[in-house]
Write a protein that binds this ligand. Structure first.
Ligand code: SF4
Length: 355
């Protein structure tokens, strides 16, 4: 029996990779690869074989058409609140994932998911509480950008890996997705406009440090600067404690003006005292960090409560007194459960294997 012919998943290929495939397998190269890229990534055409480049090459079209796979998943649901849009994509096996388009002052940021569910089990996070179904493929991650730009018609410019899942638990697919999104003749998303947010997987941080992607920003969910407290809300901390995370971060080469982004969700009477602020400042030193301070968004099954606006300002001032650069983030999208830690899809109906 002849070996099955491998399909070409367009959303998993950078332009040079596509050129290489077309050249080695079909004897065609840059011209047709560029045409495919332009039609799909730039023009949003999911049936690109009726453009002149292909209709003038009927033999090539006949060979390629059944082999090129373009699967973006299907947007089945959208919810919006004050220009923020949460959308649900149903993937080919029926699993549903959520993404959020967030309006910023003069551009849009897309918060993408990289897994359906999450293995990390952070207690304050709806995704962590729902278990883990599977990791997404590169195609399924890139498909979220396609859907934001071409289905929902929002010209997203920034991408943050802060949706469902832990990016470093799906390392290869996430990094390849970044390379595809960055492709200049495709979505052309600048590397400095991409942020990976991790719960602190040290091996992932160290692998990331060795890549050729220094402009990609790295965010770390810290949420407490003492291991005892952090382990209570982030089980991963028992295996990869704060000291190990810091050691791994010290291996990451930052660009001249680069900083890490630390995320700190304030939970009332848990991690919001002056002593917590001082410990955090000590932990941060000597790393170059911008600290995003957020208040906890209520979710079912977690008893933590948000802090008042006044207390968030006070905590921010304590950190500033210690020399920490602080940005306060006020919850966006909580009315449609699109705030930080609130993404969860009804995977309960799907088969789940909790890791
Ligand atoms: S906060 Fe992030 S890493 Fe933690 S459970 Fe939620 S999605 Fe996973």
């Amino acid at each position: 029996m002849p070996a099955p012919v491998a399909v070409v998943k367009l959303f998993e290929n950078t332009l040079p990779q596509l050129e290489h495939t077309l050249s080695t397998r079909f004897g065609k190269g840059a011209f047709h690869a560029n045409a495919l890229y332009r039609e799909v990534f730039r023009n949003g055409n999911l049936v690109p074989f009726n453009i002149p480049e292909f209709t003038n090459s009927p033999k090539l079209t006949k060979a390629l058409e059944p082999l090129v796979q373009i699967d973006t998943g299907r947007v089945v649901h959208t919810l919006s609140e004050a220009h923020l849009i949460k959308f649900v994509t149903r993937l080919s096996d029926g699993v549903e994932i959520e993404s959020v388009i967030i309006p910023m002052t003069d551009y849009y940021t897309l918060c993408v998911s990289c897994q359906a569910g999450c293995r990390m089990g952070c207690r304050f996070c709806e995704t962590g509480n729902m278990g883990f179904a599977r990791s997404l493929s590169c195609e399924e991650i890139v498909g979220q950008v396609f859907n934001a730009r071409h289905v929902l018609k929002v010209p997203v410019k920034n991408v943050v890996f802060m949706g469902m899942g832990e990016p470093f638990d799906n390392f290869d697919a996430v990094i390849q997705a970044i390379r595809v999104m960055h492709e200049q003749r495709g979505f052309d998303i600048a590397l400095r406009h991409i942020t990976i947010s991790t719960a602190g997987l040290t091996r992932g941080i160290e692998r990331f440090a060795r890549l050729d992607l220094p402009q990609v920003k790295l965010a770390v969910s810290i949420h407490a600067a003492c291991n005892e407290k952090r382990s209570k809300i982030m089980p991963i901390n028992r295996h990869m404690p704060l000291e190990a995370i810091k050691k791994a971060l010290l291996t990451v080469p930052l660009t001249a003006r680069g900083t890490f982004l630390f995320e700190y969700v304030l939970i009332r009477d848990f991690n919001d005292s002056r002593q917590d602020a001082e410990m955090l400042a000590r932990y941060i030193h000597p790393l170059k960090v911008r600290l995003n301070l957020m208040t906890h968004n209520p979710i079912q099954g977690f008893e933590g409560r948000p802090v008042s606006e006044a207390h968030m300002h006070r905590f921010g001032d304590w950190l500033r007194d210690e020399g920490v650069f602080v940005i306060k983030r006020w919850g966006k999208g909580t009315g449609v459960s699109a705030g930080c830690g609130q993404l969860a899809r009804n995977m309960k109906q799907k088969k789940m294997s909790c890791g």
